[in-house]
Design a protein around this ligand. Structure first.
Ligand SMILES: [Zn+2]
Ligand SMILES: [Zn+2]
Length: 237
């Protein structure tokens, strides 16, 4: 399964755009996160053309992950008379926050759908199921990783995390895992995974399964490449 990226930057890295990715199959678009720069890029790359179903997975409520969800949902409802499907975990701890945010943005509850992950079962050929896993990121917010079951193994997408034990646990069952997308940073802020710590944790032989994303700057991208990790790129198709 390929994830296509709309942006690969962390919150303050305006040059690279907010980290977010998508899968487009036929008239369906699956998005992971909808940060401040996402609505603009969806339009820039004509990705909403011919789309009847938008499914949005949300990792957490930092604005670089959800800042343009109001514009996307409003556009879809008001201009096209359609509703986006926001996929949240069973008993999601961010559900009420998202509903509040959408209400502030002018969206009443009948103007969008909130669904659970099983809603996506067998809707895309790229994966069979998706699930969330709660992870730590910062003291203020809860964050969720997204895990896809595919024919080639699991795809693990960290969202944002500062917990290296998540990666250590994945290494214990690495044979079942196809790709790990991980937020990667060189900042001293303790809210993401530092690229040097990643290199100290992931043995060389497994680095081809690691896809670094959510970079704070070009130096971080260069370091990730030099360590032998994959580096995601923005793509419009
Ligand atoms: Zn972020
Ligand atoms: Zn965050």
């Amino acid at each position: 399964m390929n994830l296509n990226f709309l942006g690969i930057g962390s919150a303050f890295n305006v040059l690279q755009g907010n980290n977010a990715c998508y899968i487009k199959e036929g008239n369906s678009l699956l998005l992971i996160d909808c940060g401040e720069t996402v609505y603009e890029r969806l339009n820039m790359y004509n990705l909403l053309d011919g789309v009847d179903n938008i499914y949005l997975l949300v990792t957490h409520t930092h604005s670089d992950h959800i800042g343009s969800v109001g514009t996307l949902a409003n556009y879809y409802y008001l201009s096209l008379n359609k509703k986006i499907h926001i996929i949240l975990d069973y008993n999601s701890k961010i559900k009420e926050d998202i509903k509040t945010l959408l209400r502030i943005f002018g969206l009443e509850e009948h103007m969008y759908y909130i669904e659970t992950p099983d809603f996506l079962d067998n809707k895309f050929s790229s994966f069979k199921k998706v699930r969330y896993q709660e992870i730590t990121h910062c003291t203020q917010l809860i964050s969720y990783a997204c895990i896809f079951d595919t024919d080639d193994g699991e795809i693990f997408y960290t969202g944002d995390t500062n917990d290296i034990s998540v990666l250590k646990n994945l290494l214990t069952r690495i044979d079942k895992i196809d790709k790990i997308f991980v937020d990667t940073n060189t900042s001293s802020l303790p809210v993401h995974l530092n690229v040097d710590l990643l290199a100290a944790t992931i043995p060389q032989e497994y680095r081809n399964k690691i896809y670094c994303m959510h970079f704070n700057n070009q130096d971080c991208i260069n370091k990730a490449k030099n360590y032998g990790f994959n580096v995601v790129k923005v793509s419009s198709n």
